[in-house]
Design a protein around this ligand. Structure first.
Ligand code: PLP
Length: 386
């Protein structure tokens, strides 16, 4: 049987076997409600406490600074809407970039409809934001700036520490929100060192279960809850906690951060050999900065003359799974704002695929995928020119 080569890890990942095992044990044995006062509740509460200690250790904060959510999208919504509602008397201005994920862009649009003013900053040809542009955009009435750590379509990594410094120099009261969904587990991020007030992450991007997410809230930062109910998690996110999911997310994060440097070396080696090989195919362009200038796991390829969807399905025939542009938006065909923002030529907008790796991939996967592209691309071009 032909083996599967899964290269769509920025859309979602396969759960680590250790995570599935732990979750299974919690589902079958430690299934109590952490709010219950009896033994089963205490067992579940212990799992939450252990998870909190692991995650707080990674982010160098305390478990009190963490709110568990259902996904990165919810974390982004809670951060932005929650901060806006808590601080609306200070002003009604928000700053973001044009290349954010819809979890941020659509939330900003919602607030715009509620009367907030939104400044959307451009990026350069590699998808990078200039911290000076952020400094200029921040005003006395700016409540929050939201900038992603790692772009999900092209792997651009924003200069988060410099942006954090620029914001706080201009207005110490302006909150800094970072969507770290594509960075958590692949970059060392210490929020307090980058002046980050709010940081969103997602479990299913790091080999934990779908339906898990995280929001870090810096000490002293006030946000309003957006879900109302039984008052769990200090009232910040009512609803019975997803104990197995949260424990699994902490275990996955612990595994990844326990060997981060080794994994980064492996991911960058795979990235470099793959990009070196596919860029030798005529009219194939790798978007974004080369080498360690980009995220280790996101590779954006513009393949001139071949529609992304056609290429995706041709690879799928060989059991190689990639995405067309950004998978999160792939159910709704659209032109990528990120590709447009980096000045991608019009004829490539519809011809860009994303290959995204994880620690579960091997060099052999990358060699097979590169070989498949070397064979498929000239063939598809021949057909599309007829
Ligand atoms: N932010 C970024 C940068 C993402 O890439 C994604 C998902 O792809 C999200 C937010 C949303 O995360 P989730 O799928 O956990 O809601």
């Amino acid at each position: 049987m032909e083996r599967e080569i899964y290269l769509d890890n920025s859309a979602t990942t396969r759960v680590f076997p250790e995570v599935a095992e732990l979750m299974n044990r919690i589902y079958l044995e430690e299934y109590g409600n952490p709010s219950s006062m009896h033994h089963k509740g205490v067992e579940a509460e212990r799992e939450l406490r252990l998870a909190g200690e692991t995650l707080a250790g990674i982010l160098k904060c305390t478990p009190k600074n963490l709110i568990y959510t259902s996904c990165g999208t919810e974390s982004d919504n809670l951060a932005i809407i929650g901060a806006a509602r808590a601080a609306s008397r200070r002003g009604k201005h928000l700053v973001t970039t044009v290349i954010e994920h819809p979890a941020v862009l659509e939330t900003m649009k919602y607030l715009e409809g509620e009367g907030w003013e939104i400044t959307r900053l451009p990026v350069d040809g590699n998808g990078l934001l200039d911290p000076e542009d952020v400094r200029r955009a921040v005003r006395p009435d700016t409540v929050l700036v939201s900038v992603m750590h790692t772009n999900n379509e092209i792997g651009a990594r924003e200069p988060i520490a410099e942006i954090g410094a620029a914001i706080k120099e201009k207005n110490p009261e302006t909150l800094f929100h970072v969507d770290a969904v594509q960075a958590f587990g692949k970059a060392r991020i210490i929020p307090s060192e980058c002046r980050i007030d709010l940081l969103a992450a997602s479990g299913h991007k790091i080999h934990a279960a779908k339906g898990t997410g995280l929001l870090y809230v810096a000490p002293g930062v006030r946000i309003r809850n957006i879900i109302y109910g039984g008052g769990q998690q200090g009232g910040m996110r009512s609803g019975t906690e997803n104990v197995a999911g949260i424990a699994g997310m902490a275990l996955a994060a612990g595994i990844l951060y326990g060997k981060l440097d080794e994994d980064l070396d492996k991911l960058y080696t795979m990235r470099e050999s793959f990009t070196a090989r596919v860029s030798r195919i005529p009219d194939v362009h790798v978007n974004g900065l080369p080498g360690r200038g980009s995220a280790p796991q996101v590779i954006s390829l513009s393949v001139r003359g071949v529609r992304a969807e056609v290429l995706l399905h041709a690879l799928e025939d060989r059991k190689i799974y990639v995405s067309a542009g950004s998978a999160c938006a792939s159910n709704h065909p659209h032109v990528s704002e990120t590709l447009r923002a980096i000045g991608c030529p019009a004829e490539d907008l519809d011809s860009t695929i994303r290959v995204s790796t994880s620690v579960m991939n091997t060099q052999e996967d990358m060699d097979c995928a590169a070989q498949a592209l070397e064979e498929i691309v000239p063939m598809l071009r021949r057909y599309s020119r007829q």
